[in-house]
Design a protein around this ligand. Structure first.
Ligand code: CA
Length: 379
């Protein structure tokens, strides 16, 4: 079995209303899918994190010639070879998102070739369903804090009504709105009061704070029984994570901005987080995410993958989640997203507070070709 062709497929849909987290306004959904076809006609799908620009050119102009003729079943070796090649070619810039998209597509192809789900290839499924937490609670264009708080609380109540008993919201309002950290805490308090004490509540600052503010906010979050405090400070400050994680009662979470086993080794070695969150589309694919999950297990830290992508990223994350030791949860993005919702022939949906994990060969996702054509921007 050999790789015959490698294609990058850019998808984009502008959103009617933009929304924000602590760092940026999001006005479109944009994905670079990777389609790898083998010489026997089988097709594997992958997905790169981030904008299509850059990912697309690297997949088509750099990776395609590198990959043609290689056996997809050598996926883990190819992952490492590709990282070495990119390191040599680009020095300080190793595009982890490109490695990720290619790696996911190769695992999909491998699973389809041998007729088993990727989770089986990774060593076996520990579960067929996984608890899901509803991610969302982004911020729209609002007149004042009261309007924002009302919107976010209404969204939280909607997720609980849909069966979820675990939610994650966004904090770090200062950059876009100029409101101080007291307002962030007020937002979490409003959600806690609306959904009650039985809902697992998590909060995500997208590295909005300096160390002093992060510590003050963390102490308030602990009083609200917040399950974890995600990305309180910038990802470069691993030592700040470690100091904070030691000092405060609420466990820290983080990982979406780190890639490959060497970065996570530093994070886990420092005791930087209570929960580690590699993303399959940016940490180095299924290969690296599985390695991080194994390293986390050895460090006695729960791995809770970060997930925020199309139907391909969701399917790949579910295959890894089937294999993670302990009690992992799926991060289940509930913000409106036409590409995520319609790209799969059978979209993944929650059944109460859980999501079933597909067991079809490969990633277990079938791409709707008409939908793909509708969102494709290069044809
Ligand atoms: Ca996050």
């Amino acid at each position: 079995m050999e790789v015959a062709s490698v294609e990058a497929i850019p998808l984009r849909r502008d959103l009617g209303e933009r929304f924000a987290n602590a760092q940026k306004w999001i006005d479109s959904r944009e994905y670079c899918l990777v389609r790898i076809e083998a010489d026997d006609g089988r097709v594997g799908w992958g997905e790169c994190w981030g904008p299509t620009a850059g990912n697309r050119e690297l997949v088509e102009e750099y990776v395609a010639p590198f990959l043609r003729g290689r056996d997809p079943r050598d996926v883990e070796r190819i992952h490492d070879d590709l990282v070495y090649e990119l390191r040599s070619s680009y020095h300080s810039y190793v595009p982890a998102s490109v490695v990720s998209g290619v790696d996911i597509a190769l695992w999909d192809l491998y699973g389809k070739a041998v007729g088993v789900p990727v989770s089986t290839l990774l060593g076996g499924r520990r579960r067929d369903r996984v608890r899901a937490y509803a991610t969302g609670h982004f911020w729209g264009e609002v007149e004042d804090f009261e309007e924002l708080r009302t919107d976010v609380v209404e969204e939280a109540e909607g997720h609980v009504a849909a069966g979820f008993d675990a939610l994650k919201n966004k904090i770090g309002l200062a950059r876009h709105f100029g409101w101080d950290a007291e307002k962030d805490v007020e937002l979490v308090r409003a959600i806690r009061e609306a959904v009650g004490d039985d809902v697992r509540l998590m909060t995500d600052a997208n590295h909005a704070y300096d160390l002093a503010d992060a510590r003050r906010v963390a102490e308030e979050l602990a009083a609200l029984d917040v399950y974890f405090f995600e990305e309180p400070v910038p990802p470069r400050n691993v030592e700040h994570y470690a100091a904070l994680n030691d000092a405060v009662e609420v466990p820290l979470a983080g990982g979406e901005c780190w890639a490959f086993q060497h970065e996570f080794d530093r994070v886990l070695d420092a005791g930087a987080v209570g929960y580690v969150q590699p993303d399959v589309t940016s940490a180095g694919g299924i290969t690296s995410t599985r390695r991080v999950a194994t390293m986390a297990d050895a460090a006695n830290v729960q791995c809770l993958p970060h997930v925020f992508g199309s139907a391909v990223a969701l399917a790949a994350s579910l295959q890894v989640l089937a294999t993670i030791p302990g009690g992992p949860m799926l991060e289940f993005d509930r913000t409106p997203n036409p590409i995520r919702e319609s790209l799969a022939v059978d979209p993944v949906t929650n059944d109460g507070n859980e999501v079933p994990i597909p067991d079809a060969p490969g990633l277990g996702v079938e791409i709707d070709r008409d939908v793909l054509a509708e969102f494709r921007v290069d044809v």
